[in-house]
Design a protein around this ligand. Sequence first.
Ligand SMILES: Cc1ncc(COP(=O)(O)O)c(C=O)c1O
Length: 484
Amino acid sequence: MTMKNRDKNSPGGSLLYEQVAGEMAGLIEQGTFRAGDRVPSLRQLSQRFNVSINTVMQAYTILEDQRLIEARPQSGYYVRSRVPEIREPDFKSRSFIAPTTVTISDLCHQVMHNMMNHDLLPLGSAIPHNKNLPVDKLNRIMASEVRRLSEQSVSYQMPPGYERLRVQIARRALVAGISSGPDDILVTSGCVEAVYLALRTTCSAGDTIAVESPFYFNFMQMIAELGLKALEIPSTPRDGISIEALRYAIEQNKISACLIIANFGNPLGSLMPDERKRELVELLASHEIPLIEDDIYGDLTFGNERPTAAKSFDNSDLVIYCSSFSKTIAPGYRVGWAIAGRFQGEMERLKMIMNIATASPTQLALAEFLANGGYDHHLRSIRRTHARNVSQMADAVARYFPAGTCITHPSGGFILWVEMPAGTDAILLYHRALEQGISIVPGPLFSLSNKYGNHIRLSAAQWDERIEQGIKTLGALAHDLLPV
Ligand SMILES: Cc1ncc(COP(=O)(O)O)c(C=O)c1O
C-alpha cells in the first residue's frame, strides 16, 4: 500500500503523521534507507506522499523520538546507526562472565535487425541516442567499480540481484509512488525479461491476455511465442487503455492477465491519468486478474514530476511492476527489474532456470551511478532534449507528410505514432524507405489482428539535419503511396 491510498481516517484510527512515520519506519526497517543515509527532505516527502510539510515534520519528530533518524543542522535528516548504544556494564549482575505458442513474424525479426544496422537512418527504433546517455561517466564508474569489487564483478549476483542496486531501485520507486524494500526488487536482464517472467508466472499456454492496442510489437511477439492469445483492447493517445472496453472484455472472456504501459506507452505515448490507473487496478483486482505494468518510459516525462505507477494503487498485491534502465542510462547493460509481490518467488525460480543471474559488472556500475552519478541531473537534461526533438519531428511530419496525416502529442518518452491517410500502405512504405537507407517501424507489427495498415512508428531519440532530411524523404514516399 502507498501513502497515496491512505487517508486521515485509516481503519486503525491512526493519524496521518503517524501513518507517514510508520511508512518511513518501514522503509528504514527494510533497508531502503540505511544508517548514515539522508532521508527525503520535508518538502520532497510532502510531495511524494501528498501530505503537508507540517505532517512530515510531525512524522519526523516521532522517528527522532524513536531514535530512528536524527536531524543534522543545515543538512537534513539522517538514518541513525542501528547499532545499539553501549550501556554501562552492570558488574553487579555478573552476567558478563556467562558465554553467549504461435510463430514469430519474419517481418518483426527483420525490423529489429534493421534497427541495429548503422548504415540505416534510424527513424523508427525506440533506442536512446548515445549522445543522450552518460557514456563517459558510466565507463569511468564501470572501470573503478570492477577494480574496487573485483571478486563481486566476476561472481554470480544470484537473484534477486546485487543488493546495493536493489536499494537504489527501491528508493527511486518511491518517486513513482511505490513503497518497497530492496528484497521486493528482482533484478532482471532488461525489462523484456521481467515481462517475460511475469507472463510465464501468471499465464499458461492457451490463456488469454488483455493488452492495449496498438501495443509494443516485441510483446505481441512474446505473447504469440508463449502460446497465449492476445485480446487487443482499444487505447487512446490521451488516456491509454479503455477501461470501459476492458470491463466489457472481462465480462465476455476469461482473462488471465493484463499487460499495459501506463506511462508514455509504446507506440501511442499515452499517459493514463491517475484516476484511470486507480480504476484499472481496482477493476482487475475485483476479478483477481494480475496486472503486468511496464514502466520503462516513466522517468522520461517532459515535465518536472514523474508520473505515478499503476502499481502505486495496488492494494491487492496483484500488480507486477517491470522496468529497466534501457531508455535512460544504457540499453546494452541489460539491467531491468520487477517488483512482483506475491509473484516474486516464482519469477525468481524461473529466472534461475533460464539464465541463473543478470550480469554482475553492469549491476555494480549502475548501483554506483544511481548513488553518486547524478541520475536526476541526467534525467532533467534528456527530458528537455527529448521534448525538443519530439516537437521538431512532429513539425517536420506536418510539413512533409500528405495532408490528412495525424500524429500523437506525447508528454514524455520519444516515440511518435503517425496515422497516414486511409489506404496508405505502411508495409510498402517500410520497404521503400529501406531502399532509401531509412528504417521505420510499420504499424501492422503493433497488432496480431491486421490493424494499423496505414500507421508507422517514428522515434525522436535524435534530431539533426540528416534526420529532418529523412522525414522529408519519408513524406515524399508516403505521397507516392497515397491511394488514387
Ligand atoms: C515498452 C518497452 N518495454 C521494453 C523494452 C525493452 O526493454 P529492455 O531493453 O529493458 O529489455 C522496450 C524497448 O523498446 C519498450 O519500448
